[in-house]
Design a protein around this ligand. Structure first.
Ligand code: NAD
Ligand code: DAU
Length: 350
């Protein structure tokens, strides 16, 4: 029996991690802590509401008093920490929110773990979920490995890099059992439509312009979100204390090529003439400090822990489109209200 605190479980990746842990480990008690920001949505976990080994706690990780009280009353065996501000464009508009949640929030959790686990560090584990963006940008060649020097460029990646350093510092200074993983771009169901793939699906569906930053030459390495959740499961259970693993799809796509593939799938699914959706592609002003290319070398994870991605991108993208078309209510709910104001502000004059 283990009691595991998962933070950010109402978000995109967190909901897949929570679902996997609740369903695959009925002997574990899973406590999902989430502040339910614009990105958190309990509808992502509606299928778990009746599970006896699952519980939700609404809490903000920037509130140290609440976090300490929670650790005092619940004897957690482990933390899997995903809660974060996660969108690069929002970090450019409001960096401080990223410092608060990603840096201060992470340190609040580390402090609580340090205080309430101190008599039994060896039996506990703090798993920090991070991003490949901490490594900065690649040119045309090369890949990020676990020993690539940190070189973050956006306020988002700077805040994640900072949180990674704090997690390692608590291992080196206080002996806390920590593991960190740095993953490439995820895609799949329940992805908030501020990010490229769900935003493009929603816009194509509604015959709205599909904004492509710059010339669409930037490259991302896309991974099926359930493969990420499986990697987290494997690393959580098998990694040695203090280890870092890179997770990636070996699946690099230029943004513009990805959007064309998506348009072809959408034409087919929506019964449109070939080439119809691609007419919506609109090149807009580039993102400030836009990293050219990310690519992850996940050899260490594959060789040491036997993890490999399971899904081909075309298949995964098709499944993703199907999910959005089948879950119109989810999409309509998250794109009403505040989303409209966000979208108008983010894309105005671009
Ligand atoms: P998301 O934005 O979809 O979800 C973040 C969740 O954290 C939301 O449920 C939100 O309500 C919650 N949250 C935000 N601030 C909080 C606070 N102060 N207190 C408590 N909860 C709070 O993000 P995601 O894409 O699912 O990313 C999850 C984690 O994975 C993040 O740490 C992110 O850096 C990392 N990551 C994401 C990707 C990706 O492609 N999306 C890739 C690699 C790593
Ligand atoms: O690499 C991992 C990271 O991937 C995660 O740590 C982040 O949380 C996650 O948001 C993601 O960051 P990106 O900035 O790569 O993802 P995003 O979907 O915002 O953008 C993907 C690419 O598409 C990027 O090159 C910018 C471009 N883009 C994005 C949007 C929203 C566009 O061209 N148009 C858009 O409207």
């Amino acid at each position: 029996m283990k009691k595991i605190l998962i933070t950010g479980g109402a978000g995109f990746i967190g909901s897949h991690v929570v679902r996997r842990m609740v369903n695959n480990y009925p002997q574990y008690e899973i406590v999902n802590l989430d502040a339910l920001t614009y990105a958190g949505n309990l509808a992502n976990l509606a299928d778990l509401e009746d599970k006896s080994n699952y519980r939700f706690v609404k809490m903000d990780i920037t509130n140290a008093v609440d976090i300490n009280q929670l650790f005092k009353t619940e004897d957690f065996d482990a933390v899997i920490h995903l809660a974060a501000e996660s969108h690069v464009d929002r970090s450019i508009t409001n960096p401080l929110a990223f410092v608060m949640t990603n840096v201060i929030g992470t340190v609040n959790l580390l402090n609580a773990a340090r205080e309430y686990w101190k008599d039994n560090y060896v039996a506990k584990r703090f798993y920090h979920v991070s991003t490949d963006e901490v490594y900065g940008a690649l040119g045309e060649t090369g890949m990020f490995t676990e020993s690539t020097a940190y070189d973050p460029h956006s306020p988002y990646s700077a805040s994640k890099a900072s949180s990674d350093h704090f997690v390692r510092a608590y291992h080196d200074t206080y002996g806390l059992d920590v593991v960190i993983s740095n993953c490439s771009n995820n895609y799949g169901s329940h992805h908030f439509p501020e990010k490229l793939i769900p935003l493009a699906i929603n816009n194509i569906k509604n015959n709205r312009a599909v904004p492509v930053y710059g010339k669409g030459e930037n490259v991302r390495d896309w991974l099926w979100v359930e493969d990420h959740a499986r990697a987290i499961d494997v690393i959580f259970h098998q990694a040695k204390s203090g280890e870092t693993y890179n997770i990636g799809g070996h699946n690099e796509w230029k943004n513009i090529d990805l959007i064309h593939l998506l348009c072809r799938i959408m034409d087919r699914k929506l019964g449109r003439e070939a080439g119809e959706s691609a007419k919506l592609i609109t090149f807009v002003t580039d993102r400030a400090g836009h990293d050219l290319r990310y690519a992850i070398d996940s050899t260490k994870l594959q060789k040491e822990l036997g993890w490999v991605p399971s899904l081909q991108f075309e298949e995964g993208l098709e499944k993703t489109v199907d999910w959005y078309l089948d879950n119109e209510e989810w999409l309509n709910n998250v794109t009403s209200g505040h989303y409209q104001a966000y979208y108008a502000n983010q894309y105005k004059g671009r």
